[in-house]
Design a binder for this molecule. Structure first.
Ligand SMILES: CC(C)(COP(=O)(O)OP(=O)(O)OC[C@H]1O[C@@H](n2cnc3c(N)ncnc32)[C@H](O)[C@@H]1OP(=O)(O)O)[C@@H](O)C(=O)NCCC(=O)NCCS
Length: 181
Protein backbone atom coordinates (compact mmCIF):
# COMPACT_ATOMS: atom_id res chain seq x y z
CA UNK A 1 0.00 0.00 0.00
CA UNK A 2 1.23 3.44 -0.84
CA UNK A 3 -0.23 6.72 0.42
CA UNK A 4 0.33 10.14 -1.09
CA UNK A 5 -0.83 13.63 -0.16
CA UNK A 6 -2.03 15.87 -2.97
CA UNK A 7 -2.28 19.55 -2.13
CA UNK A 8 -5.80 20.80 -2.83
CA UNK A 9 -7.03 24.20 -3.96
CA UNK A 10 -10.00 25.09 -1.73
CA UNK A 11 -11.11 28.12 -3.74
CA UNK A 12 -10.42 26.72 -7.22
CA UNK A 13 -10.37 23.29 -8.82
CA UNK A 14 -11.06 21.36 -5.62
CA UNK A 15 -13.75 23.59 -4.16
CA UNK A 16 -16.82 21.51 -5.02
CA UNK A 17 -15.14 18.22 -4.09
CA UNK A 18 -14.10 19.71 -0.76
CA UNK A 19 -17.64 20.88 0.03
CA UNK A 20 -18.99 17.46 -1.00
CA UNK A 21 -16.45 15.62 1.14
CA UNK A 22 -17.23 17.70 4.23
CA UNK A 23 -21.00 17.51 3.83
CA UNK A 24 -21.35 13.88 2.65
CA UNK A 25 -19.38 12.41 5.57
CA UNK A 26 -20.01 12.53 9.32
CA UNK A 27 -17.31 13.39 11.83
CA UNK A 28 -18.62 12.26 15.22
CA UNK A 29 -15.50 13.31 17.12
CA UNK A 30 -15.29 16.82 15.72
CA UNK A 31 -16.87 19.93 17.25
CA UNK A 32 -19.04 20.23 14.11
CA UNK A 33 -19.96 16.62 13.28
CA UNK A 34 -22.13 17.35 10.23
CA UNK A 35 -20.96 20.52 8.52
CA UNK A 36 -23.40 22.25 6.17
CA UNK A 37 -22.46 23.71 2.82
CA UNK A 38 -22.77 27.20 4.33
CA UNK A 39 -20.36 26.32 7.13
CA UNK A 40 -17.79 24.83 4.75
CA UNK A 41 -18.09 27.84 2.43
CA UNK A 42 -17.53 30.12 5.40
CA UNK A 43 -14.44 28.15 6.50
CA UNK A 44 -13.08 28.37 2.96
CA UNK A 45 -13.65 32.13 3.02
CA UNK A 46 -11.86 32.46 6.36
CA UNK A 47 -8.79 30.67 4.97
CA UNK A 48 -9.22 27.63 7.21
CA UNK A 49 -8.14 25.32 4.38
CA UNK A 50 -5.35 27.45 2.95
CA UNK A 51 -3.69 30.57 4.30
CA UNK A 52 -0.43 31.34 6.12
CA UNK A 53 -1.40 28.96 8.94
CA UNK A 54 -3.31 26.23 7.10
CA UNK A 55 -2.77 23.94 4.14
CA UNK A 56 -4.95 21.06 2.92
CA UNK A 57 -4.44 17.85 0.98
CA UNK A 58 -6.35 14.91 -0.41
CA UNK A 59 -5.16 11.61 0.96
CA UNK A 60 -4.71 9.24 -1.99
CA UNK A 61 -4.21 5.49 -1.86
CA UNK A 62 -2.50 3.82 -4.81
CA UNK A 63 -5.29 1.22 -5.23
CA UNK A 64 -8.35 2.78 -3.56
CA UNK A 65 -7.98 6.33 -4.88
CA UNK A 66 -9.00 9.26 -2.71
CA UNK A 67 -9.66 8.03 0.81
CA UNK A 68 -9.64 11.19 2.87
CA UNK A 69 -8.64 14.71 3.71
CA UNK A 70 -5.66 16.05 5.66
CA UNK A 71 -5.06 19.58 6.89
CA UNK A 72 -2.03 21.18 8.53
CA UNK A 73 -2.73 23.97 11.03
CA UNK A 74 -0.58 26.54 12.90
CA UNK A 75 2.05 26.45 10.17
CA UNK A 76 3.43 29.87 11.10
CA UNK A 77 4.30 28.57 14.59
CA UNK A 78 6.75 25.97 13.24
CA UNK A 79 5.03 23.29 15.36
CA UNK A 80 2.08 22.35 13.16
CA UNK A 81 -1.04 20.47 14.24
CA UNK A 82 -3.19 18.40 11.91
CA UNK A 83 -6.73 17.32 11.14
CA UNK A 84 -7.19 13.93 9.45
CA UNK A 85 -10.59 12.78 8.15
CA UNK A 86 -11.16 9.58 6.24
CA UNK A 87 -14.29 9.16 4.13
CA UNK A 88 -16.85 6.93 5.89
CA UNK A 89 -16.25 4.02 3.48
CA UNK A 90 -12.56 3.92 4.33
CA UNK A 91 -12.69 4.01 8.12
CA UNK A 92 -11.96 0.95 10.24
CA UNK A 93 -9.86 -0.69 7.52
CA UNK A 94 -6.46 -0.13 9.06
CA UNK A 95 -5.45 2.70 6.70
CA UNK A 96 -4.69 5.33 9.30
CA UNK A 97 -1.26 4.11 10.33
CA UNK A 98 0.26 4.47 6.84
CA UNK A 99 -1.51 7.79 6.36
CA UNK A 100 -0.19 9.39 9.54
CA UNK A 101 3.27 8.04 8.80
CA UNK A 102 3.14 9.55 5.30
CA UNK A 103 1.91 12.86 6.76
CA UNK A 104 4.70 12.90 9.35
CA UNK A 105 7.28 12.17 6.64
CA UNK A 106 5.82 15.02 4.59
CA UNK A 107 6.09 17.49 7.48
CA UNK A 108 9.64 16.67 8.53
CA UNK A 109 10.97 16.25 4.97
CA UNK A 110 9.48 19.39 3.46
CA UNK A 111 9.61 21.75 6.48
CA UNK A 112 13.18 21.85 7.80
CA UNK A 113 12.28 24.50 10.41
CA UNK A 114 9.72 22.21 12.07
CA UNK A 115 10.97 20.35 15.13
CA UNK A 116 7.63 19.13 16.55
CA UNK A 117 4.46 17.80 14.92
CA UNK A 118 1.33 17.66 17.07
CA UNK A 119 -2.19 16.32 17.12
CA UNK A 120 -5.18 16.51 19.41
CA UNK A 121 -8.35 14.52 19.68
CA UNK A 122 -11.20 13.63 22.05
CA UNK A 123 -10.49 11.02 24.69
CA UNK A 124 -13.19 8.71 23.23
CA UNK A 125 -11.72 8.77 19.70
CA UNK A 126 -9.96 5.47 20.29
CA UNK A 127 -9.05 4.79 16.63
CA UNK A 128 -7.23 8.13 16.40
CA UNK A 129 -5.53 7.69 19.76
CA UNK A 130 -4.31 4.23 18.81
CA UNK A 131 -3.06 5.61 15.52
CA UNK A 132 -0.98 8.23 17.31
CA UNK A 133 0.69 5.53 19.41
CA UNK A 134 1.28 3.27 16.38
CA UNK A 135 3.02 6.15 14.62
CA UNK A 136 5.49 7.05 17.35
CA UNK A 137 3.64 9.99 18.87
CA UNK A 138 3.85 10.47 22.64
CA UNK A 139 0.90 11.52 24.78
CA UNK A 140 1.89 14.94 26.15
CA UNK A 141 -1.32 16.36 27.63
CA UNK A 142 -4.76 15.36 28.89
CA UNK A 143 -7.02 18.39 29.18
CA UNK A 144 -9.81 17.23 31.48
CA UNK A 145 -13.31 18.34 30.35
CA UNK A 146 -11.54 20.35 27.68
CA UNK A 147 -13.69 19.33 24.71
CA UNK A 148 -17.25 20.69 24.62
CA UNK A 149 -19.92 18.23 23.45
CA UNK A 150 -23.28 19.44 22.20
CA UNK A 151 -26.01 18.29 24.61
CA UNK A 152 -23.67 16.23 26.79
CA UNK A 153 -20.93 16.65 29.36
CA UNK A 154 -17.55 17.75 28.03
CA UNK A 155 -14.91 15.10 27.47
CA UNK A 156 -11.15 15.34 27.77
CA UNK A 157 -8.97 16.56 24.96
CA UNK A 158 -5.79 14.51 24.56
CA UNK A 159 -2.65 15.85 22.90
CA UNK A 160 0.14 13.88 21.23
CA UNK A 161 3.41 14.99 19.70
CA UNK A 162 6.41 13.65 17.81
CA UNK A 163 9.87 15.24 17.74
CA UNK A 164 12.03 15.42 14.65
CA UNK A 165 14.84 13.53 16.39
CA UNK A 166 12.45 10.68 17.30
CA UNK A 167 11.18 10.55 13.70
CA UNK A 168 14.79 10.42 12.47
CA UNK A 169 15.81 7.61 14.83
CA UNK A 170 12.54 5.67 15.03
CA UNK A 171 12.36 6.03 18.80
CA UNK A 172 9.78 7.47 21.19
CA UNK A 173 11.51 9.57 23.83
CA UNK A 174 9.57 10.45 26.95
CA UNK A 175 9.67 12.70 30.02
CA UNK A 176 8.74 12.58 33.70
CA UNK A 177 5.12 13.72 34.22
CA UNK A 178 5.40 14.59 37.92
CA UNK A 179 8.83 16.12 37.71
CA UNK A 180 8.29 18.18 40.90
CA UNK A 181 7.00 15.33 43.06
C1 LIG B 1 -9.74 8.50 13.26
C2 LIG B 1 -9.43 7.86 11.90
C3 LIG B 1 -8.45 8.74 11.12
C4 LIG B 1 -8.76 6.50 12.17
O1 LIG B 1 -8.50 5.88 10.96
P1 LIG B 1 -9.01 4.38 10.64
O2 LIG B 1 -8.34 3.97 9.37
O3 LIG B 1 -10.50 4.37 10.70
O4 LIG B 1 -8.45 3.57 11.87
P2 LIG B 1 -7.86 2.09 11.81
O5 LIG B 1 -8.84 1.18 11.17
O6 LIG B 1 -6.49 2.17 11.22
O7 LIG B 1 -7.77 1.75 13.36
C5 LIG B 1 -6.76 2.33 14.16
C6 LIG B 1 -6.64 1.53 15.45
O8 LIG B 1 -7.81 1.77 16.26
C7 LIG B 1 -8.40 0.52 16.61
N1 LIG B 1 -9.84 0.75 16.69
C8 LIG B 1 -10.69 1.03 15.68
N2 LIG B 1 -11.92 1.22 16.18
C9 LIG B 1 -11.83 1.06 17.53
C10 LIG B 1 -12.77 1.13 18.60
N3 LIG B 1 -14.05 1.43 18.37
N4 LIG B 1 -12.33 0.90 19.84
C11 LIG B 1 -11.03 0.62 20.08
N5 LIG B 1 -10.08 0.58 19.10
C12 LIG B 1 -10.50 0.77 17.85
C13 LIG B 1 -8.01 -0.41 15.48
O9 LIG B 1 -8.09 -1.77 15.90
C14 LIG B 1 -6.59 0.03 15.25
O10 LIG B 1 -5.78 -0.44 16.30
P3 LIG B 1 -4.40 -1.22 16.05
O11 LIG B 1 -3.47 -0.20 15.44
O12 LIG B 1 -4.00 -1.64 17.41
O13 LIG B 1 -4.70 -2.33 15.10
C15 LIG B 1 -10.71 7.64 11.04
O14 LIG B 1 -11.54 6.70 11.68
C16 LIG B 1 -11.48 8.93 10.79
O15 LIG B 1 -11.22 9.62 9.82
N6 LIG B 1 -12.47 9.26 11.67
C17 LIG B 1 -13.27 10.46 11.52
C18 LIG B 1 -12.44 11.74 11.64
C19 LIG B 1 -11.65 11.80 12.93
O16 LIG B 1 -12.15 11.53 14.01
N7 LIG B 1 -10.40 12.25 12.80
C20 LIG B 1 -9.49 12.45 13.90
C21 LIG B 1 -9.22 13.91 14.08
S1 LIG B 1 -7.49 14.28 14.20
Amino acid sequence: MSISLRRLDPTGADHEDLVAFMTDNEFPFHVVPRPTRAQVESWVGEGAYRDEDNDSFWVEHDELGRVGFFRLEDLSDDAPLFDLRLALDFRGRGLSREILRAATDHVFRTMPQVNRFEGQTREDNLPMRRTFLRCGFLKEAHYREGWPVDGADPVASVAYGILRRDWETGTVSTFVWEDLA
